[in-house]
Design a protein around this ligand. Structure first.
Ligand code: G3P
Ligand code: MG
Length: 371
């Protein structure tokens, strides 16, 4: 690809627009654990030309630094991605550390989401497995092995969630990533939503659209692209099932909840701050400066970009969100979207810049046009 990079170098040098790129991960850069080949050339070229870009994913469950390291290795990037270059589904939740003290964090592999929430600054981080360790009867069909419980859970004296013994109320439920043991997660979440004041083992005597404990989902993806040949259910499917169970246990009342992630403006505002922050780092060369800490629902006062391109594989999250945010959007055929989808569902959000076979074709076409 040397020729293309040289051509891009010439093209880019004449570039007078300040362009930024925001990349979705699953279905654009990765398929499951595997790199999408064209992604390497794309990010290496942008990095070489100091074109500002960040990653914006509805994925998560691990530290931002760990995700960046994994992607940099998988894509064999010349320069590793910086943790200030990524916004995961739950990254904006760090803004709530002073509002919620004792949180139940759901989803993600092993016990990694606990470490993420603790790194954000949440003071008491509980996981469903802690509740199972304290009282296995809370869900008799859980799939955790003894070894997993020993390795991934807190002792009851620390978690203080034993419904028959010491038990302190939980302030909120945060779904960081896709559940790994849905049955126990469903039961424990419903117990808390219908509890008396967030106390496990209690049941309020009335129904309401307002849950006893607030719940925040970190993304709304019904489907997402993995290395299976068809898209798989995502956290949005889990959310639909929690909402249905809540309605059934609250006389048909709808669950009041907050959902972050693409396509919502709250997440695009947050990502826009992160992209501007990274652009300023590139300009100043000062990467020692602590990364920005945007507040929820605060849009950047101004933006240095003439154009920002959102590159995604899912019309319902990446393209809808980018279009609504007045960014240009590039849709790729390497993930959820398949040709024919727009004919099947005319309401699907269409990309403003075009649909391309892969991320490199889309990004290089954008650079070519706006040079
Ligand atoms: O859990 C990940 C999935 O929901 C989609 O991730 O990177 O395509 O936004 P991404
Ligand atoms: Mg995707």
């Amino acid at each position: 690809m040397k020729f293309v990079q040289l051509a891009m170098f010439r093209v880019f040098r004449r570039c007078h627009s300040t362009l930024g790129f925001v990349f979705d991960i699953d279905g654009v850069l990765l398929k499951g654990q595997n790199a999408i080949p064209e992604a390497t050339d794309t990010l290496n070229t942008l990095q070489a030309q100091k074109v500002p870009f960040i990653l914006l994913t509805n994925g998560g469950g691990v530290l931002e630094s760990a995700r960046c390291e994994f992607i940099s290795q998988k894509l064999k990037l010349h320069s590793p991605l910086l943790s200030r270059q990524i916004v995961q589904s739950h990254t904006p939740l760090r803004t709530l550390v002073n509002k919620h003290r004792r949180v139940l964090v759901v989803g993600g592999p092993a016990d990694s989401a606990r470490g993420v929430a603790q790194e954000y600054g949440f003071r008491e981080v509980l996981r469903p497995i802690d509740l199972i360790r304290a009282n296995p009867k809370i869900w008799p069909f859980h799939k955790y092995t003894k070894q997993e419980i020993d390795e991934w859970s807190l002792e009851p004296e620390i978690s203080k969630v034993d419904v028959d013994g010491r038990n302190e109320p939980i302030d909120s439920i945060m779904v960081f990533n896709d559940p790994r043991d849905m049955g126990s997660d469903f039961q424990i979440i419903m117990d808390l939503l219908n509890s008396e004041g967030g106390l496990l083992g209690t049941r309020r005597t009335y129904s309401s659209s307002t849950p006893s404990v607030p719940i925040i989902f970190s993304n709304n993806d019904l489907l997402w692209a993995t290395d299976f040949k068809l898209p798989r259910f995502g956290q949005g499917a889990f959310k639909i099932m929690v909402q249905a169970l809540y309605q059934h246990t609250n006389n048909g009342k709808q669950l009041q909840q907050l959902t972050l992630g693409k396509p919502y403006k709250v997440t695009y505002d947050y990502a826009h701050h992160v992209l501007i922050d990274y652009y300023e780092n590139l300009q100043s060369g000062d990467f020692e400066k602590p990364p920005c800490m945007p507040q929820l629902n605060v849009a950047p006062a101004k933006s240095p970009f003439d154009r920002v391109f959102m590159v995604g594989d899912n019309p319902e999250s990446d393209i809808l969100g980018g279009n609504s945010y007045n960014w240009d959007t590039i849709l790729v055929r390497t993930g959820v979207y398949k040709d024919g989808d727009f004919e099947q569902d005319s309401k699907l959000a269409k990309p403003t810049f075009g649909t391309f076979d892969n991320v490199r074709d889309g990004v290089f076409a954008a650079l070519e046009k706006y040079a």
